[in-house]
Design a protein around this ligand. Structure first.
Ligand code: ADP
Ligand code: MG
Length: 256
């Protein structure tokens, strides 16, 4: 067979085997191996490595998309100097992802604008790149969604899905109090997650005030019990980054 028809055949085989990177790059890798006098084993190794790396990158992109982050934030853009009360060492340790293996939770407490959502998104993003399945939910949006699913008698599937994740972020618990049914459904999520997967919860509320959001003292106790059994607590006591940023902008001379 001619070299050209062999090429066509190889392309076809690699497509069937779902190896798009190998199909695209084999000629370049072959040329560089020939030039450097490396053998067939090296050639195959180099090629399979590229396929694996690209595959992993595509999977991470899919996980990031599936996590539905409100905005993509990473720790690179977080200014720790602006939030000195925050335990930077703990944040960086958490970004390493060990807490996910141990199914531990993270609680981020602080006033509005102190970077809680930014940090929660960053940790979620890091988890995605570490091969974890993540879902970001605004707490209120989640409860609204759960109440709708309950109407449609479709909760079971949702809870099964919950258990397939490695990390669920519940953002901004505490801004809006839940109805009794809503609080119970949220408790159900925390219950399902307990010891199966990690939760990151961000809130502006100190523990004493959780009852105001959840309604019942009994339910709040049970929820906090599960949430805080194995928990890393991050507190941001500084001032709002939004306010500081706005002030800085106002102070800056025009055009500067
Ligand atoms: P919170 O959830 O605590 O109300 P956010 O995380 O939404 O606060 O932060 C508000 C805005 O300020 C976001 O755009 C966020 O990226 C930014 N921000 C907050 N803290 C910091 C920080 N320390 N460094 C960089 N950006 C920050
Ligand atoms: Mg927030």
């Amino acid at each position: 067979m001619s070299a050209e028809s062999n090429r066509v055949l190889l392309k076809h085989h690699l497509k069937k085997l779902r190896m798009p990177t190998m199909s695209r790059e084999w000629e370049a890798v072959a040329a560089s191996c020939a030039k450097e006098g490396r053998d067939y084993g090296d050639f195959l190794l180099g090629l399979t490595e590229r396929e694996l790396i690209e595959r992993e990158q595509r999977a991470a992109q899919r996980r990031i998309k599936g996590a539905k982050f409100p905005v993509l934030k990473t720790l690179d853009s977080f200014d720790f100097a602006a939030q000195p009360s925050l335990n930077e060492t703990l944040v960086r340790q958490l970004a390493g992802g060990e807490y996910l293996e141990a199914r531990e939770n993270v609680l981020l407490i602080g006033k509005s604008g102190t970077g809680k959502t930014h940090l929660a998104s960053s940790l979620g993003f890091a988890a995605c790149t570490q091969g974890k399945r993540v879902r970001f939910w605004g707490a209120t949006a989640l409860v609204t969604h759960l109440l709708e699913l309950r109407e449609q008698r479709d909760l079971k599937r949702f809870f099964t899905q919950v258990e397939k994740h490695d990390l669920i972020v519940l953002d901004e618990l505490g801004y809006v109090p839940f109805s009794k049914a809503g609080a119970e459904l949220l408790f159900e999520v925390v219950s399902r997650a307990y010891e199966r997967l990690s939760l990151i919860v961000t809130t502006n509320l100190p523990f004493e005030q959780w009852t105001e959001v959840m309604g019942s003292e009994r339910l709040t106790g049970a929820l906090l019990d599960r949430l805080t059994h194995r928990v890393h607590i991050l507190e941001a006591n500084g001032e709002s980054y939004r306010l500081k940023d706005a002030r800085k902008r106002r102070k800056k001379p025009r055009g500067g």
